[in-house]
Design a protein around this ligand. Structure first.
Ligand code: ADE
Ligand code: ZN
Length: 325
């Protein structure tokens, strides 16, 4: 499974930070976050809401562009080891200079420098999706959208939203999404992970999302499933994340296979891999075991993911060649 070339569309850059990397930064900066780690060195959390707190505590160690340069290289090394050739990652100006445009530009410069080095040395291409955090509220999201608009194009290809789905409504963020769209950014939104089908409807209808982060709880409404299939809406499924956080008890119980059978464009992703003890290679492995998916199925889904990527046509053509290898 490691050898198969892979495309990943849903990965949080900070959420992909190996715990040893964050521990190292904490030591350097004398920040005490020992409570977020288990005895075995992995991240420790009790549920999704506690996960968000642990995530934000880990982010307090990421204090400057140079930290993000190192983080980007560490993350891409892991992705490349799993056979990922193209990745889109969520970047939050909240954690990159507190949504100040000047600071954001410096962080982004460091991230793109690291991405360019990784492309040369590891053969993996990275693009960024700017992402406000829902539970930080619509006001902060506006500042985030302005950062996105000012840096749209090239490396920054999309705009999304993550965080606590139980807080507020997606339509409260419409100004930010319109601002991003008007700057030429493509739209995705986390929905239908913790809330049900209506949240997926809101992402598609209210925000005009062409991709939905998770979106799996659409399966609870088959009319919506048919609509997603008809529209060609892409679901960024993260089965290992959903199982680790208790949304589904096992991979076998995950709806990715049924959504695929019903004609929805599903993709395979890791979300925050070290938090959920996963990698893209492990996701493939677990899906192979749960649904007997074979190489043909994985190649089809990788091509589907590339088709749904937010990068330009030349990049897609180049990556398509790698997928055929
Ligand atoms: N941020 C990082 N991981 C997330 C997830 N699984 N859902 C919502 N926001 C997130
Ligand atoms: Zn996510």
């Amino acid at each position: 499974m490691k050898e198969l070339p892979k495309v990943e569309l849903h990965l949080h850059l900070e959420g992909a930070a190996p715990p040893a990397f964050i521990k190292g930064l904490a030591r350097e900066k004398k920040i005490d976050i020992s409570g977020i780690f288990d005895e075995d060195g992995s991240y420790r959390f009790t549920d999704f809401w506690n996960f968000l707190k642990v995530y934000e505590a880990a982010c307090t160690t990421l204090q400057g562009p140079q930290d993000f340069y190192r983080l980007t290289l560490a993350v891409l090394e892991e992705c490349a080891a799993s056979g990922v050739v193209y990745s889109e990652c969520f970047l939050s100006p909240d954690f990159c200079g507190g949504r100040d445009l000047g600071a954001w530009r410096e962080y982004l410069h460091a991230i793109t420098e690291a991405a360019a080095l990784a492309e040369k040395t590891m053969g993996i291409t990275l693009r960024g999706i700017v992402t406000p955090i829902r539970h930080f509220g619509p006001e902060k999201a506006r500042e985030t959208a302005l950062c996105a608009a000012e840096t749209a194009g090239g490396f920054i290809t999309g705009f999304g939203i993550g965080g606590d789905e139980k807080v507020g409504a997606l339509k409260d963020f419409l100004w930010s999404f319109d601002c991003a769209r008007e700057s030429g950014l493509r739209i995705t939104a986390h929905a239908g992970e913790w809330n049900g089908p209506d949240e997926v409807r809101a992402a598609v209808h209210d925000l005009g999302a062409e991709r939905v982060g998770h979106g799996v709880r659409a399966i609870e409404d088959l009319a919506l499933v048919d609509e997603l299939a008809e529209r060609g809406t892409v679901l960024e499924c993260c089965p290992g994340s959903n199982v680790a956080l208790g949304i589904y008890p096992t991979f076998r119980a995950h709806p990715i296979s049924e959504l695929d059978r019903r004609g929805v464009k599903v993709t395979i992703n890791t979300d925050d891999p070290p938090f959920f003890h996963t990698t893209m290679a492990r996701e493939y492995d677990m899906l192979n075991r749960a649904f007997d998916w074979d190489e043909g199925q994985f190649r089809r889904l990788a091509a589907q993911a590339l088709d749904a990527a937010f990068c330009d046509a030349d990049t897609k053509t180049r990556i398509a060649k790698l997928l055929e290898a």
